[in-house]
Design a protein around this ligand. Structure first.
Ligand SMILES: C[C@H](O)[C@H](O)CC(=O)C(=O)O
Ligand SMILES: [Mg+2]
Length: 394
């Protein structure tokens, strides 16, 4: 049976939350003195928006088949990614069969390799790849997780990321990952403040609730090691993305340095099978955290995940809402998922990519039944009320 061919690829930009979840209003927990690589500059310490974390905004990739069926996906990358999709990538899809995702991925990646390989270009490729899987699911009238091999369990279980793990516990999540607030430039005082915050949260959530730190690439090996050792007695489960994603050697060292039982996690800013191969072969971490909207899409995540399985590593994708859920439910080495708390407090559970998607499922009591994913494609629609802009055409 042959499916209708791809007729048209379009790329749009959108502002205000959604897939660019750092693009939030004032007073949001996600922009409140979080340690970053830019924290060494006092001017950029208080707010990540001050150094431009939300400068790109959301990319919407849309793929229309000859019968009028439209697949779409949202990721980050905004206007420059829209240019790449329209002016470069679209040619590898239009007129082709939507089942040819391997060849399409290969051509998108290798045609852009001379200026791509990671970052923005792979964000754009990921967005197109996710839109293609959405289209395929819609044409076949099946959820993407069916196309990926089917569910290996009945439900997803979630930890929550946000500044209030105590609230996450009340909402039924299995753990809470907090942003680290103070980086090396704030010295011993800052380190003490970090430990005091962890101690305070531990006293609120009790001994058994998972607590983790997201360090968003802000530290160096020495600081991360001292932090991990100081946090051990407070039961820190993992230390995430402690140093630069380019410093594979540093991660290798950090993994050796942290106290036994504490996990090292990273990978949300890593891309493709080759980047993750470095992390695994150098034994840089215990859990890899690819973002399916940034690492190359589902087509690439399947390869990354198989590699991780063979290396005995867990794959717990970063954020990415439905695009992660449809993957995690199909893999034994992805035993739980992340839920990013996008409520400003964060004191309520709201859809991760609000307000861009309609029908976006949210965990209930920290869980989500597989039946919540039982709709064609990724099971969501674009909210017609959001203002979309198409900056380029081809
Ligand atoms: C909270 C972190 O700084 C970041 O905004 C999100 C992230 O890295 C994660 O969810 O993981
Ligand atoms: Mg993270």
């Amino acid at each position: 049976m042959s499916l209708p061919k791809i007729k048209h690829v379009r790329a749009f930009t959108v502002r205000g939350g959604g897939a660019d979840y750092h693009d939030q209003g004032e007073g949001h927990w996600i922009d409140d003195h979080i340690a970053t690589p830019m924290s060494r500059y006092p001017d950029y310490r208080q707010s990540r928006q001050s150094f431009g974390i939300n400068v790109l905004g959301t990319l919407v990739a849309e793929i229309e088949a000859e019968d009028g069926t439209v697949g779409f996906a949202v990721t980050t990358g905004g206007e420059p990614a829209a240019y790449i999709v329209e002016k470069h990538l679209a040619r590898f899809l239009e007129g082709r069969a939507p089942t040819d995702y391997e060849k399409i991925w290969d051509q998108m990646y290798f045609s852009t390799q001379y200026y791509g390989r990671k970052g923005l270009v792979v964000n754009a490729i990921s967005g197109v790849d996710l839109a293609l899987w959405d289209l395929l699911g819609k044409l076949r009238q099946e959820p993407v997780y069916h196309l990926l091999g089917g569910a290996v369990r009945d439900e997803l279980i979630f930890y929550a990321t946000g500044a209030r793990p105590d609230k996450a516990k009340e909402f039924g999540f299995i753990g809470g990952k907090m942003p680290l607030h103070h980086g090396p430039a704030e010295g011993v005082e800052g380190l003490k403040k970090n430990i005091a915050e962890l101690a305070d949260m531990r006293s609120k959530v009790g001994d058994d609730f998972w607590l983790m730190w997201d360090c968003w690439m802000a530290l160096d090996v020495d600081y991360a090691t001292r932090l991990a050792i100081a946090a051990h007695d407070l039961g820190l489960k993992w230390i995430e993305e402690a140093i630069s994603p380019d410093d594979y050697w540093g991660y290798q060292q950090l993994k050796r340095n942290v106290p036994k039982g504490m996990l090292v996690t990273t990978g949300e800013h890593e891309a493709t099978r080759w980047g993750f191969r470095m992390l695994m072969e150098m034994d840089c971490c215990d859990i890899i955290q690819p973002d399916v909207g940034w690492c190359g899409g589902v087509t690439e995540l399947l390869k990354i995940s198989a590699l991780a399985d063979a290396h005995g590593k867990m794959v717990v994708p970063h954020g990415s809402s439905v695009y992660s859920y449809h993957f995690v439910i199909t893999r034994h080495n992805s035993p739980f998922a992340e839920f990013l708390m996008m409520h400003p407090g964060p004191t309520e559970v709201v859809p991760m990519f609000h307000p861009q998607l309609l029908g976006e499922p949210v965990p209930d009591n920290g869980r989500m039944k597989v039946s919540a994913l039982d709709k064609p494609g990724f099971g969501v629609d674009l909210n017609p009320d959001i203002a979309m802009h198409r900056p380029y055409t081809h």
